[in-house]
Design a binder for this molecule. Sequence first.
Ligand code: ARG
Length: 534
Amino acid sequence: MNLEALLSARLTGILDEPAVRRSPHADFQSGAALALARVRRKQPREIAADVVARANLAGLASAEVSGPGFVNFTISDAVLAAAATEVARDPRLGVPRTGHPETVLVDYSGPNAAKELTVGHLRPTVIGDAVVRVLEWLGHDVIRANHLGDWGTSFGMLIEHVINTGDDSYQRARARFDTDADFKARAQRRVVLLQSGDPETLRWWERLVTESKRDFLDAYERLGVTLTEGDFAGESSYQPWLAEVVDELTAKGLLVESDGALCAFPFGRDHAPLIVRKSDGGYGYATTDLAALRYRTQELPATRLLYVVGAPQRTHFAMVFAVARAAGWLPDGVHAEHVAFGSILGPDGRMFRSRSGASVKLAELLDEAVARAGELTTDPAVAAAVAVGAVKYADLSSDRTGDYVFDWDRMLALTGNTGPYLQYAYARISSILDRAGAVTPAAVTVTDPAERALVLELLAFEPVMTGVAGSLELHRLTGYLHTLAALFSTFYERCPVLRAPDGVRESRLTLCLLTGRILRRGLDLLGIATPARL
Ligand code: ARG
């Protein structure tokens, strides 16, 4: 259901810019007359009055001029009631599957093997998973790609260290590499052994990668993230094609030699190069990404590629996409997009770290969240759902492209735009419905302003989801769900439900049912559980 679209359709031919917006002053509002007045050198209110006189809104809405020249629209109660009745009977809650399904590859999480997950992995994992859930629900064919960092120089030191000592700590291997020249030389030889396929080295590598994949899968399960074993597409899996990719780029005249390295300069020689083969003949992160992209658009093939990776990699992806486009691997109609996100900050406004200055381990962060959530509920399963929900919601409700401050008290608060607030709202509705017995959707009637405001919001799920699918701004969905829960709360305070007269009672229960279903669906799309009781 999309009331905006219905209204806009009635205004085409009357306004060049027929779009209307939700407004605090009316159901919908258009400011088009103000812009038009400047062009036509007329009074805005005059133009607005003309729009009101000419628009055929019969059976849908009424219109009036407001303020300096806005047009305010009020949807008729009968239309609202009929639309809500229809949406309440629709298993898709008024949100149809897309008419243009695409094959979308979402590259997300992408941790580096042999290292522990830290708070730094929260955003790429949680945002990516919400994007996947949203696009899948809208009917796209989604391919999850977990671009595991499972290749390269860090494995040289780690394997050498584990063979010498039996200890598989990346941090200790790194420390030794930095201080012990003899170890460093051996670690570098070990990289060569790994890349040339030495069986013993490969066996160790395999063991380390398998173990860390298992740890990652445990973390995903705990986080309620849908990535599985089959979604790992590690950097190592593109090894067989790296030389071929470089040859193809060379043949297309896209590479130049610079200090012994092969480089692409997609933005000209004044800008930094993309190094596709290092001077020692080795391939790095950029080459792997080019090979992965080529595979994704040529072999899979996907028509939309989304890379959910932190903002600092902006230039890297801009260069990879530009080179790929020049090579013909991103033809017209195929889109690659860096879905960038900002950092998580500590209370001091700097990068979020533990007191000792080390990066915070994800497992420890979740343990603390569970401990804190334990103060809100006695059921351990519910505490886990509240904890994970609070952490995810805090992340997804902040504008993706900006930084946000990690604040325990705020994210676990029972009021405000938080996960626990929405989970409570859902549980409350569940208990109302339980008390009512079996509720099936009935005809909705609109009798009270609070009821009317709730209906208007229930009907906005479709435009919100359409917007989120395009912009991948998940905070628009959280904002919507929060407003919906708040409007429900006002409705429930003002309008008796279980004690309402026959007819009204069924209508109001239908609104409870629909609100609960949209909250549940919306939270599920964000990867957040909705326990029936808290
Ligand atoms: N492993 C990388 C990192 O830790 C992230 C991978 C992102 N995906 C990609 N296709 N480059 O920075």
